[in-house]
Design a protein around this ligand. Structure first.
Ligand code: SAH
Length: 381
């Protein structure tokens, strides 16, 4: 079995005194908490503004709320982001956060800056159940879903570090969000949807659906809902043009094959030219990178408004693949381009801090591993 939802539920967000974390509650749930304290509905709007527009977590600083309500809120609630266990910065400016959750599990998120903007890459799960052969995250044993607050919290932590409170209306360093970190977001749809609902709310963090991209390995039954309910940009991790190869690289393909996946892509609501589907294609030397593969790819996606992101394979310790040669990548891109599709080669960012695509894996797990190896070596000799 690949997935059993109940075993993966996030833990309750409680502190030692039994107070609950408000982070991640949607507008309705937040309004309910405020109502339960006997306060007027507009107080919930103010609280929302403090939390998500101003980034404030201390009820005491929420001066418009009135002292009694602030005290009442603090009695039963708190507002907390994940703990920053480590922040690393790459030579190219990419930052990677290792974040600790209440139950001790950790995930990573990554900020990839460009001149006057930047993308924030969020995780949706601790670890990942997909076990794609080329991906480091899939080798991590522990897996659970992240709660909505743990996902929104990643955005808030990054905004803290980049000084982006209150929500700037322009010139943002976090101008777009990609659900491309650890985990399969469509295996954690409800929490991801709740989190993105908060992120997109125009009176809060206010990053619009046009600037959000969700990447899936192909959880076909959820793609329609994603389009209808969230309407964010869709990216699909395709990586191979035959079911035989794709099932080896992305085992999920055994459940949802290429044909079903592309049918879901064709049905995905597109809002004009600007809303193309992105097909991600990792370039693996001698595996999926031949000119024949490129020609088959353009035949497969014919008629879908799309672009193809070619991702040079990012290595990790013990990975069973090598990155394609520059010539192979260039040749592949030319064929896809000639067929009328943009085929940018994604330049690897943050490789030096293991922050590039497919390199994320909680450092805690890495360290436990290397400690175990060191212990064994010490025991042996
Ligand atoms: N589970 C989702 C979200 C993860 S996105 C999905 O599969 O789409 C991470 C992207 O990086 C995916 O396209 C994934 O296939 C790609 N990737 C994984 N390992 C990689 C590696 N070692 N080098 C380059 N890209 C990789």
């Amino acid at each position: 079995m690949i997935y059993a939802p109940s075993a993966f539920a996030p833990p309750p967000q409680l502190d030692a005194e039994g107070r609950t974390n408000l982070l991640g509650l949607g507008r309705a749930a937040l309004a309910e908490r405020v109502r339960a304290l006997g306060a007027k509905p507009f107080r919930a709007k103010q609280l929302w503004h403090w939390m998500y527009h101003r980034g404030i977590s201390d009820f005491g600083a929420m001066t418009t709320l009135g002292k009694p309500l602030r005290a009442q809120l603090a009695e039963r609630h708190f507002i907390a982001r994940p703990r920053v266990a480590r922040l690393e910065t790459s030579d190219d400016g990419t930052r990677k956060w290792l974040l600790g959750m209440v139950d001790g599990h950790e995930v990573e998120s990554v900020h990839i800056p460009d001149e006057d903007r930047g993308a924030l890459c969020l995780s949706s799960q601790v670890g990942c159940t997909l076990t794609c052969r080329f991906c480091h995250t899939g080798t991590q044993p522990i897996v659970r879903n992240l709660g909505a607050g743990e996902i929104v919290g990643q955005v808030m932590v990054a905004r803290d570090a980049l000084g982006e409170w209150p929500s700037p209306s322009e010139g943002r360093l976090i101008s777009s969000i990609v659900m491309m970190g650890m985990g399969e977001p469509l295996f954690n749809y409800d929490n991801v949807a709740a989190a993105l609902g908060i992120v997109m709310d125009s009176e809060g963090i206010a990053i619009s659906r046009r600037r959000i991209t969700l990447s899936t390995a192909g959880v076909v039954p959820m793609i329609g809902r994603l389009g209808e309910e969230l309407g964010v940009n869709l990216a699909v991790s395709l990586h191979a043009v035959t079911d035989e190869l794709r099932s080896r690289l992305v085992p999920l393909n055994k459940r949802y094959g290429i044909e079903a996946l592309l049918a879901a892509c064709r049905a995905y609501p597109a809002g004009g030219n600007t809303r193309r589907i992105t097909f991600e294609y990792v370039m693996l030397d001698g595996v999926n990178d031949s000119p024949a593969d490129a020609r088959a790819l353009v035949r497969l996606i014919a008629g879908i408004p799309a672009k193809v992101n070619l991702i040079p394979f990012n290595p990790w310790p013990g990975a069973p693949f090598r990155c394609s040669s520059d010539a192979a990548i260039r040749g592949f891109a030319e064929i896809v381009n000639a067929a009328g599709y943009a085929a940018p080669v994604r330049s690897p960012r943050g490789r030096d801090i293991m922050a590039a695509c497919g390199q994320l894996k909680s450092a805690s797990v890495r360290e436990r591993r290397s400690r175990a190896v060191a212990d064994r070596a010490a025991a042996a000799g």
